[in-house]
Design a binder for this molecule. Structure first.
Ligand code: FAS
Ligand code: PHB
Length: 389
């Protein structure tokens, strides 16, 4: 089999790239190791930047997001027993949308199916080959039968544990990492959100985040020790701890109920440089990971594939390599700004084991400055709603 672009991974990055390339008339095939249901079963991100929604619109997969997504014009920061609103739209003219990654993935999968494009799920032993030549190829096995996909380019959209980045020789890649000494315990519940906007809480007991998936489905996160297991967090304990980290009004407004999903995710910042290796390009979590505090992970995957799809269009339409040659630097410029923002939000809002009283006071001073300075809250807002592409 042959295609122009072989995409490894059918998460948001791979699926969105596939639809953008299709819109530009560039043939592509997706190879995914899991089943569609497995991919849809992963509960992850929930907040989209306007740029991400615009890309869904561009590929004709944004209709349900506009119908069901919740547009938010601000967030609240809670500290010292009070809540303070950051009016992001007033500061930037932009909004964000609450619309789960699961729904984004489903919309993109349906768009791909409607376009009759080739996606090979349960592709085992996917392996990129010869990407340092003009004739790259990808091998894989399906139902025990070996296959080979010849292509012009390979897009590694296979996430943080994928095969693409792992296939690059160590001397050709540099990685940067910061691991945080805590995790996020997250739950989903069929309960109305505690507030109509997100609440990020800095508390002496640890960070908490109140977010949502709809007006009847809430998502809550608690900072927890890395060694914790979800078995140690029955629902009652979760709700009790969440209440201890929220302000009085939030506690009074909180509607608790049985969890329908519960998971603990470790937090880290990670960037691989460069994002291009001959005719193989990395996009999304395959190239970088951010702590979810800034809600950037999924949105960076979107901007990566925006740049990459334009680069491929320039190559095929204008026979120019300028776009593909400039992809890595262009993507990394936006990636590092989002990595910085996500690190800053995480550092300001979480309780670090070694921060001491001085560190705690510095966090509160930073938060107090943020909510009392137009310049500071505008800076937070423009990063949160998403920097320009
Ligand atoms: P993905 O990991 O989503 O997709 C990669 C795909 O490649 C997967 O389907 C995988 O099965 C496939 N794959 C892997 N190896 C393969 C191989 N060898 N062959 C073929 N296929 C292969 N971001 C936020 O903004 N907010 C959040 O709250 C948030 N919470 C998160 C919670 C968790 C537990 C995790 C892990 C991530 C979270 N993220 C969050 C980040 C997340 O949303 C990612 O940024 C997003 O999934 C990135 O999408 P992709 O780059 O497509 O990677
Ligand atoms: C979510 O809704 O899952 C979410 C929202 C904002 C974040 C992190 C997670 O910063």
């Amino acid at each position: 089999m042959r295609t122009k672009v072989a995409i490894i991974g059918a998460g948001p990055a791979g699926l969105l790239l596939g639809q953008l390339l299709h819109a530009y008339g560039i043939d592509n095939v997706i190879l995914e190791r899991q089943t569609p249901d497995y991919v849809l079963g992963r509960i992850r991100a929930g907040l989209l930047e306007e740029g991400t929604v615009a890309l869904l619109d561009e590929v004709g997969a944004g209709e349900r997001a506009h119908r069901e997504g919740l547009v938010h014009e601000g967030i609240e920061l809670a500290f010292g027993g009070a809540r303070h609103r950051i009016a992001m739209k007033a500061a930037t003219g932009k909004t964000v949308m609450i619309y789960g990654q699961t729904e984004v993935t489903l919309d993109l999968m349906n768009a791909r199916k409607a376009a009759g494009l080739t996606s090979i799920y349960q592709a085992a032993d996917v392996m990129p080959h010869d990407f340092d030549t003009d004739h790259p190829r990808v091998s894989y096995r399906r139902d025990g039968v070996a296959h080979e996909l010849a292509c012009d380019f390979i897009a590694g959209c296979d996430g943080s544990h994928g095969v693409s980045r792992a296939s690059v020789k160590a001397s050709a890649i540099q990685t940067f990492e910061r691991i945080y000494p805590f995790g996020w315990l997250g739950i989903l519940s069929e309960t109305p959100p505690v507030s109509h906007e997100l609440i990020y809480s800095n508390h002496a007991r640890g960070f908490a985040l109140c977010t949502m998936r709809s007006t009847h489905r809430s998502r809550y996160y608690l900072q927890c020790p890395l060694e914790d297991r979800i078995e140690q967090w029955p629902d009652d304990r979760f709700w009790d701890e969440l209440k201890r980290r929220l302000d009085r009004k939030a506690v009074d407004d909180l509607v608790t109920g049985p969890s329908i999903e519960k998971s603990i995710a470790p937090l880290r910042s990670f960037v691989a440089e460069p994002m291009r290796f001959g005719r193989m390009f990395l996009a999304g979590d395959a190239a970088h990971i951010v702590p979810p505090t800034g809600a950037k992970g999924l949105n960076l995957a979107a901007s990566d594939v925006h740049y990459l799809s334009l680069a491929f269009r320039e190559f095929y339409d204008e026979r120019s390599s300028a776009g593909i040659d400039g992809y890595s630097a262009k993507a990394l410029s936006r990636v590092w700004k989002a990595v910085r923002f996500s690190w800053w939000m995480t550092s300001m809002l979480h309780k670090f084991p070694d921060q001491g009283e001085f560190g705690a006071r510095i966090q509160l001073a930073e938060l107090d400055y943020l909510v009392s300075s137009k310049a500071a809250s505008t800076s937070l807002s423009e990063n949160y709603v998403g920097l320009p592409y």
